[in-house]
Design a binder for this molecule. Sequence first.
Ligand code: FPP
Length: 240
Amino acid sequence: MTDISDIDQNNVPAHVAIIMDGNGRWAREKGHERVFGHLHGVEAVRAALKGATELGVKYLTLYAFSTENWNRPKEEVEALMDLLVQTIVREVKDLDKNNVRLRAIGAIDALPDSCRDELKAAIESTANNTGTNLILALSYSARWEIIEAVKSIVSSGINPEEVNEKVISDHLSTKDIPDPELVIRTSGEQRVSNFLLWQIAYAELYFMKKYWPDFREVDFQEAIKEFQKRQRRFGKTAEQ
Ligand code: FPP
């Protein structure tokens, strides 16, 4: 158990975004199919959400399925979609009980019907919750999102001189969500991989070696502690 008494409650990021990576490698190293890693990844999703709700993190965005993930073998894509539906159906009551509001960003209409329908139902049924916003990035990529924003800005007939940061932010799928202050990526990879590229301009990046299925609440807390160390040094000398 990590001691969370040394976490400064006044300096907890409002928005944490996570690139959940390494499910496949975790499974392979244990001699299983990749899908086994995704199954165990759900436990890690629960742990991350618990970490976020306990610390009062208002927004937790999870990169659950990228636009590029559609290119994976058909069986893996189907297994991931099934897992998503099953998890949503199983967890929605608990999300509600914990005052969590489920949201999604991405090309949701590209998801299989059952997946999209369950997702929309869960989003609606938790819409009035006021605790942590759990945002699933599904069929999402930042470049896709920026292209959609540009299309929408152009078709709205706005004058080029009027285009500014706010106009662009307001046309992204995260329009009413503050930018992430912390991005966590598991599995030792140190890349951003087409995730919230506009929104993470000033975010702290935290990379950890563990594969996603091994991620636990304590890892979330460690990431917050690291974030707070970096914040405290910002613009100051080490002695200040
Ligand atoms: C990355 O590992 C993981 C994914 C692309 C899928 C994430 C899905 C889950 C954690 C399960 C369900 C999620 C929810 C929100 C219910 P990888 O397959 O890229 O692993 P690798 O890099 O080792 O190949």
